[in-house]
Design a protein around this ligand. Structure first.
Ligand code: MRU
Length: 326
């Protein structure tokens, strides 16, 4: 199989660095290290990794490579959907490495189609008032192979000749909003302003936010949503101010086996993410700077659960989803 290429998201917005590998292990590490992140992109990367693994080490496909990929990150259900899909293809009669490669490509292309459709539905919903949209984390094309989830609707609005503006929460500690969403929106020519996460509720109270839209990492069958930590806080603030709060996600993010948000595993990440920040110096070279002393205790959940009761609606490629089991 040909090499797989990906944008190393840990280097943005300073460097646009494309990596390439033919080794499944490199792709697994890219997911673990968050070079590739965002639920649909994680799923697509896992599908490609399993196609490579099948081509190179078929004997260990099920016993080693499948669990290796499943262990890379726990919360985004797209990863597990992609693994199940590739396992199902591998069990078909007369399967070959070429068929596995086609299956991975199909999986990724399918995500693109779904997200594009979802964006059209979302654009209808976002087309209200002055379209001052608040978002959290990165739910754009970096996170979703192409188009994006939450940002897909913003891109569609912009394509339709509208002029949305986006309040981008920086999204501590990894800054996916400030580093990735703002970069993406600038590439697409969409007006955006980065703000500290703590400013979000105040902006709503000032009447400066028309709608909030975020992506999702896993949606339980009762409509509870796991997404980047801070999402729940935003949903509560939006509810308190009577501002619509939408979640945009393809159906590959729905987990029908999961009855409620309390069943979703929340990833806890290294304390290093809070102790230090990485940026560039005045020569453009990467530097890491400590911002806290290493002797402090740190709590670093990467996701939270927003109960469906706080959500105005969930938009999928099929339109507005009510949260009831499909
Ligand atoms: O930890 P990350 O950066 O992978 O978290 C990503 C998010 O929480 C996104 O909002 C989510 O995956 C939806 S994006 C398509």
């Amino acid at each position: 199989m040909d090499a797989v290429l990906w944008v190393d998201q840990t280097k943005l917005p300073f460097h646009f660095c494309v990596k390439e590998s033919k080794q499944a292990e490199d792709l697994a590490c890219a997911i673990e290290d968050m070079e590739i992140r965002g639920a649909p992109s994680i799923g697509a990367m896992a599908a490609y990794a399993l196609a490579l693994a099948y081509a190179q080490d078929q004997a260990n496909f099920e016993v080693y490579w499948l669990p290796r990929l499943q262990r890379t990150r726990p919360t985004a259900v797209n990863l597990f959907h992609a693994c199940d899909y590739m396992l199902m293809i591998s069990k078909q009669k007369q399967v070959t490495a070429a068929i596995m490669k086609e299956a991975a490509q199909h999986y990724a292309d399918d995500e693109v189609q779904r997200n594009q459709k979802m964006g059209l539905h979302l654009a209808d919903v976002l087309a209200v008032g002055e379209r001052r949209i608040q978002t959290h984390c990165n739910a754009g094309w970096l996170a979703a192979v192409d188009w994006g989830t939450a940002l897909s609707g913003v891109y569609q609005l912009s394509k339709q000749g509208e002029n949305p503006s986006v309040w981008v929460n920086e999204t501590r500690p990894r800054m996916q909003g400030g580093r990735l969403t703002a970069w993406e929106l600038k590439q697409q020519g969409v007006r955006c302003t980065i703000q500290a996460d703590a400013a979000a509720a105040w902006m709503m109270q000032q009447g400066l936010v028309d709608v909030v839209v975020v992506g999702a990492d896993r949606i339980a069958s009762n409509g509870d949503v796991a997404n980047k930590v801070g999402t729940y806080m935003l949903a509560l603030a939006a509810q308190a101010h009577g501002i619509p709060f939408y979640v945009a996600a393809p159906k590959s993010t729905l987990d029908e086996h999961c009855l409620s948000g309390s069943m979703i595993e929340i990833e806890h990440r290294s304390k290093d993410e809070l102790l230090a920040v990485t940026g560039v110096d005045n020569k453009g070279l990467s530097v890491e700077v400590s911002v806290l002393t290493p002797d402090v205790d740190v709590n670093n959940p990467a996701f939270d659960i927003t109960p469906f009761a706080c959500i105005t609606g969930i938009i999928t490629e099929q339109g507005l989803w009510t949260g009831l089991t499909t």
